[in-house]
Design a protein around this ligand. Structure first.
Ligand code: TMP
Length: 215
């Protein structure tokens, strides 16, 4: 069995994470790795239901504490039902957002208590943390613009977070920066500006040592 590796991608809205994750999956499969590509919220059937309540525009959105618990519930189900089994089978698990997102969005963005978030993350993850986390950074207004354009094109109504004020996105970005400083061994910063191909090169540079290629 090959060594299981758990990698997460984080960042603000519309930074290109999802596109890059798809490209990385293809690259790793060409290298002969089995890959589980998944996401939070929404990586399990229960999570898909939870996601709907979290990201949809609604007249009755969850209050911040309910939002926090919903992300934690999504994560608990995801870790037990998808991530742990995939790692046990020797897969590379690529996850589009994970526990860091709760610190950045609910902690720094919404201002909820950091120690409560840490406690919930500890319970929901069962102590499972990624080997590496790529933080893709892009000017937040450009990211929100890209994200809203994508949703309009797909006719998706997932814009509850994109429609938050600029100050919220700024706090989220600061939160990710703070997390990166606290976890330098695990985090790598990726400039999300440029073409898909340019960013793809940066992503691989930040990960290839995990797959036996010299960095
Ligand atoms: P996505 O659009 O990247 O899939 O993420 C959905 C939204 O959920 C995004 O605006 C970030 C937000 N989010 C949180 O607020 N807290 C979390 O713990 C996670 C995983 C995502």
């Amino acid at each position: 069995m090959k060594t299981p590796i758990f990698i997460t991608f984080e960042g603000g809205e519309g930074t290109g994470k999802t596109t890059q994750l798809g490209l990385l999956q293809k690259r790793l499969e060409k290298l002969g790795r089995e890959v589980t590509l998944t996401r939070e919220p929404g990586g399990t059937p229960l999570g898909v239901e939870i996601r709907r309540h979290l990201v949809a525009n609604s007249n009755d959105p969850p209050v911040p504490t309910a939002e926090l618990f919903l992300y934690a519930a999504d994560r608990a189900q995801h870790v037990e039902g998808v991530i742990k089994p995939a790692l046990a089978a020797g897969h590379v698990v690529l996850c589009d957002r994970y526990a860091d997102a709760t610190v950045a969005y609910q902690g720094f963005g919404r201002g909820l208590d950091r120690s409560l978030i840490n406690e919930l993350n500890k319970i929901a993850t069962g102590g499972l943390w990624p080997k590496r986390t790529l933080l893709i950074e892009l000017d937040h207004s450009e990211g929100v613009r890209r994200s809203l354009a994508r949703e309009a094109a797909l006719d998706e109504a997932e814009s509850r977070f994109e429609e938050e004020e600029a100050a919220f996105h700024k706090r989220v970005a600061e939160g990710y920066r703070a997390l990166m400083k606290e976890n330098r061994d695990r985090f790598r910063l990726i400039d999300g500006d440029g073409t898909v191909e340019e960013v793809e090169v940066r992503v691989w540079e930040a990960l290839k040592d995990l797959f036996g290629e010299a960095s």
